[in-house]
Design a protein around this ligand. Sequence first.
Ligand code: FMN
Length: 259
Amino acid sequence: MKKLLVLMGSPRKGETYKAAQMLGEAFNKIEPVELEYIFLNKVGFGDCLGCHNCILKGEDRCYQKDLVQELYSRIEKADGIILASPVYNQHVTAIMKRFLDYFTYLWHRPALFGKVFFGVSSGGGMFKDVFKLMKTNVESWGGVWAGSLGIPHYEALTPKFQQKVDADVPKKAEIFVKAMNATKLPSPSFGQLMMFNVWKMNAVACKDSNPKDYAFWTQKELFDKAYYYKTKIGFFKGLAVKLTVMLARFYMKKVYVGY
Ligand SMILES: Cc1cc2nc3c(=O)[nH]c(=O)nc-3n(C[C@H](O)[C@H](O)[C@H](O)COP(=O)(O)O)c2cc1C
């Protein structure tokens, strides 16, 4: 049986919880699954102190390292992860944002390659920014963003719109299952390739101020690689990346010292 870890950014078992349950039930109709919830407001970490230790010295130097590493190992062990947050002030909740902040070091040193994530939200609408932030984080950590499900206040919907949601959920579950059963790592998008190259530039330029990143790139022998893992990159995509990286380097040289 597959295990889905739901990282819950709502402080209660409300609409977002129901939306995650709906996705889980639809998933279960395709393949047996068990949902495990972590209510992120109960994890017990305070705000990020902004010490930058996780980025510059290592994630083991965070003042909340035990809680962060415990969450990380739960993510690693899960077959798939649901990031769930209601829309608050047109975005994720502070609870979800705080969780994302603690994993910022993974932008610098991604590790969750092949781990599949799905976004779930509830609210009046305006899910776009919620999912955009989740997706950007997941992809920067090395994970796979399979898709998202935003459910507007279900009880208040007209029967026609309820039917639309009812039809949408199994389709989303199917996409999630498919991504989790994929045997190959996905081919990176143009944006992901650009991020890889910009982090490569940063690792060299900030060698002295951020030795942790430089060590990561050196130990993993990434400097000569086209991406974090072996993958096919189409000719035109590769060319577009090369040209854009040249422009990015030109810009960085103009603005920052060391590039
Ligand atoms: C502080 C706060 C801010 C909210 N801001 C928005 C918003 O900007 N847009 C929106 O559509 N709904 C907003 N809502 C409504 C919630 O997104 C909606 O009720 C959601 O389903 C609650 O999820 P929950 O039951 O899991 O807590 C807000 C609710 C709260 C409590």
